[in-house]
Ligand binder design. Structure first.
Ligand code: C5P
Length: 233
């Protein structure tokens, strides 16, 4: 359940173990952690996670679990057995599912992964929520699900850096806030809409900054990471 530096989490959004390991070879575990998401995990599996960990990286397993409480508890135990640093669930799975996840990892004590919850996917607009019967604005639903997740014992939330200030006012300094949508001032926004620089995200109160393409797509991922790490101190 280690917190603290490094604050940068590099999203290894590639389609093979070989590509992920080639990227990792360019990165320094003293300067970053890594995120393994659904595509890479489905292609490369737990063995890749173990190899990344053996190279010194702490791994955020970004699989956004959302299922019945018993199943989510079981997969959270599997993630804890794998030794990942952080794992996440969907707050929309509800209070009983969140509590089952928390109880499942609690038995690992200080060795347990951090447990974070996704509130509303940033791809969802008001119409998408209404379509599935959730008659709320995304902002109101983020607020509601953030309360539910933190009251159910989650360590923190994955959220937009733009939501961080309001979440800090509502929930204080304790929750771990993990923010994607980060772009250095000189990088392309790609398909991200409302981007925030690494320095600004930290100033707003983000703990961990999930950064993919500005590092993984750079001609030198190593230099891109070093520049970003230096910019946040
Ligand atoms: O390349 P980029 O920096 O945009 O990568 C951001 C990473 O964060 C991707 O892995 C993406 O799936 C993830 N993410 C996101 N927005 C969210 C949640 C996760 O961009 N709301």
């Amino acid at each position: 359940m280690a917190g603290g530096q490094p604050w940068v989490v590099v999203a290894l959004d590639v389609d093979s173990a070989a590509r992920a390991e080639a990227l990792a070879a360019e990165l320094d575990p003293a300067l970053c952690r890594v995120k393994v998401g659904k595509e890479l995990f489905t292609r490369a599996g737990p063995d890749l996670v173990r190899r990344l960990q053996a190279k010194g990286f702490s791994v955020f397993l970004d699989l956004k679990f959302h299922d019945i409480p018993n199943t989510v508890a079981a997969v959270c135990r599997a993630a804890a057995d794998l030794g990942v640093w952080m794992v996440n669930v969907h707050a929309l799975g509800g209070g009983r599912m969140l509590e089952a996840a928390r109880e499942a990892v609690a038995v690992y004590g200080s060795e347990r992964p951090l447990l974070t919850a996704v509130t509303v996917l940033t791809s969802h607009q008001r119409e998408d929520l209404v379509q599935v019967g959730l008659d709320h604005t995304p902002e109101a639903l983020v607020d509601r699900l953030a309360h539910l997740a933190l009251n159910s014992g989650m360590d923190g939330l994955v959220c937009s850096a733009r939501e961080v200030e309001a979440l800090r006012v509502a929930h204080g300094r304790d929750p771990v806030l993990v923010t994607p949508g980060i772009r250095p001032a000189d990088a392309a926004a790609d398909d991200q809409r409302r981007v925030v620089t690494p320095r600004e995200a930290r100033r707003l109160g983000s703990d961990y900054l999930v950064i993919g393409r500005p590092i993984t797509g750079a001609s030198s991922p190593r230099q891109a990471l070093e520049r970003i790490a230096a910019s946040i101190g």
